[in-house]
Design a protein around this ligand. Structure first.
Ligand SMILES: Cc1cc2nc3c(=O)[nH]c(=O)nc-3n(C[C@H](O)[C@H](O)[C@H](O)COP(=O)(O)O)c2cc1C
Length: 240
């Protein structure tokens, strides 16, 4: 997508925070603000504090209300994701995971994902590496090198950011993300191509069926590996 011949990155933010106000939402919003000061982005923000009650009772994707269906389609067609969650019992919130259990399993291949979390203390900072990164590795997403972790004391009572260190961490995370985001694979072309295919494929599948069924969706987002494979199988000897 382009605006005055400039590429606009289609960024979807997801916060697993269940409270309002939410430190996690504030953290994710600060990352979005930093990113938008550097590049043109179009943002869709999915907040579990808003859709959690609509999501919790659904086992099959077709049971989800239209609003959540649309959020899933936005996630599946994003050029890049910024995901944040509060730490609950040393992991992401259950509803954050439940949302991603509905995401079509090939839709995020190669999609850059910036990881963020907020916790009560620093003791669970590795939730980024031990919980969030493996989840998005399952999706074959491109998890960005630097994640952002905040604790309660990084926020004012109004949940704005007060920690200079945290602000610097956000700047660093965005700076390291920019070169990757700028050659994000599809840059806005994903939206129309993926949305319909994904919707059809998922509509009648339960979570388990989706995981177990092989080749359920020859997703347009999956790069054609034949070129890479042919290189591997016809490897030329290295000449010094
Ligand atoms: C049910 C529950 C479990 C929590 N478990 C942890 C935990 O294991 N480790 C931690 O550091 N903080 C834990 N916390 C604290 C929250 O992660 C922390 O306050 C977070 O910033 C809240 O984010 P929010 O304002 O977006 O809801 C827990 C909070 C709740 C309500």
């Amino acid at each position: 997508m382009s605006n005055n011949n400039r590429t606009v990155l289609n960024v979807v933010a997801v916060s697993g925070g269940l409270n309002t106000p939410s430190k996690t939402e504030s953290l994710v919003q600060n990352i979005l603000d930093e990113l938008s000061s550097a590049i043109d982005i179009q943002v869709h923000f999915v907040k579990l504090s808003e859709i959690g009650p609509l999501l919790g009772g659904a086992i099959y994707r077709h049971q989800l209300p239209e609003r959540v269906q649309q959020d899933l389609e936005k996630i599946e067609s994003a050029d890049a994701l910024i995901v944040g969650t509060p730490v609950y019992r040393a992991s992401f919130t259950g509803l954050f995971k439940h949302l991603f259990d509905f995401v079509e399993q090939t839709a995020l291949v190669d999609v850059p994902v910036l990881l963020a979390a907020s916790g009560g203390s620093e003791r669970h900072a590795l939730v980024l590496e031990h919980q969030l990164r493996p989840l998005f590795s399952f999706f074959q997403a491109q998890t960005l090198p630097i994640g952002v972790y905040a604790t309660d004391k990084d926020f004012t009572p109004q949940y704005t950011l007060q920690s200079e260190q945290l602000k610097q961490r956000i700047t660093l995370a965005v700076a390291r993300a920019l070169p990757i985001l700028e050659w994000a694979p599809a840059k806005g072309k994903r939206v129309s191509a993926l949305a319909q295919t994904s919707k059809q494929a998922n509509q009648n599948l339960g979570i388990n069926t989706q995981i177990e069924q092989e080749g359920v969706l020859p997703s347009i987002s999956v790069p054609d590996l034949s070129v890479a494979e042919s290189r591997i199988h016809h490897k030329k000897p290295f000449v010094a």
